[in-house]
Design a protein around this ligand. Sequence first.
Ligand code: PHE
Length: 338
Amino acid sequence: MREKLNKIKEEILNTSIHSIEEAELYRLKYLSRKGVMNELFEEFKKVPNEEKRSVGQLMNELKLIADKKINDAQLQFGTDKNKNKQSFLDLSLSGEPIELGSRHPLLITQNKIVEIFNKLGFVFTEGPEIENDWHNFSGLNFPENHPARDMQDTFFVDKDIALRTHTSSVQVRLMETETPPIRAIMPGRVYRNEAISARAHCFFHQIEGIYIDENVSFADLKQTLYHFVKEMFGKEFNIRFRPSYFPFTEPSAEMDISCMFCKGEGCNICKHSGWVEILGCGMVDPEVLKSNHIDAEKYTGFAFGMGIERITMLLYNVKDLRVFSNNDVRFLKQFNGV
Ligand code: PHE
């Protein structure tokens, strides 16, 4: 039996298959119900028990070789079933073009902002999108039941857990793990329960910066943001600060830049004021430093936060914020950048 197996093995190894028809002949001869392999299995039953093991091994080996041969041939020539399809295969046709993806415009803007602040020594940092009350509110000086919490319509997951409403939560996370000097830039997605329109969405992106050290002053804040505007938008832009309120900064301000569409003359986009608002900022409230175990006598800091959608809309004159999440490639592929 052994000899026979070896002979058939040789025979199979020496068989070469050049077409679908030859593959079928091979299959009929060796692998069909009445084929050689089945005959061998019948014969195998008669092999004396003490030889079954070693002959069985040979049989298995042979079966693997025989199967591989037909599989390879079918891969190469196809099976009978798609024989007709094969005849339509025209190898001289050119291939389908492979579409290249591009970076999302929001990411392009985010990367630009991060790069500007990186050069000033701000370190890229991130935090979780699902936050507890402490990091999103209490640690930022939002007392419980304080109306300031209503400024941000929150999606709650649980009593204490919510989708973060701003990236300021990352400030708190930083303060609890780092000691000053702290200088970081923190982008991320945030969520607010707002009706979706051309100007608002239930999720959007913010980027926040924080700088805590000895002797950090409002003048540093102004100068840093002025530098940012010149790098981001161009040298011809002016900035102005308007007093504002955030629970975690004191004093707080909103910053406007001169309107890029009318160059300050007044148009629909700036509501004829000549200015467009781009960010919120302020000096980190000493209470926030204290509740995050930072010595408020020794250290001061500033923070700012802006909407990445808003900056992108101003940069590229996009009028409807919903296009950023519609995933329409006709819109997305107009942007190129890193
Ligand atoms: N977190 C504020 C917002 O969501 C923005 C901000 C950040 C203001 C940091 C001041 C300082 O509107």
